[in-house]
Design a protein around this ligand. Sequence first.
Ligand code: SF4
Length: 101
Amino acid sequence: MTHFKMAARPPAAPDPITALVDDRLAGARCAGQWPRFDVDIAGESDKQRAERLAWARGQCSVCPVLAACRTAVTEQRRPSGVWAGRVYGEPGRPPRKKAAA
Ligand code: SF4
């Protein structure tokens, strides 16, 4: 007989998804197209990545909830991708973990 240890609770939703359900970010320019705001997309060339991220940052510059997004990103444990016109994380690497206290 096999015993499986059940997780105490399901894993937390990824930060970008959490942000998209944040009422403060209603009307965001990135709503529905969060993959284009990712720091990295598999198979993408450096040039394609640079162009996509420049486009994403441009969307942020005219986003009606830019100020709220600046606040929201400070509340994320490990932001990754484009947030409020800034790129967080490095392509090809998982987001950096905070140092243990
Ligand atoms: S500022 Fe950019 S990342 Fe933030 S909600 Fe608007 S489009 Fe999305």
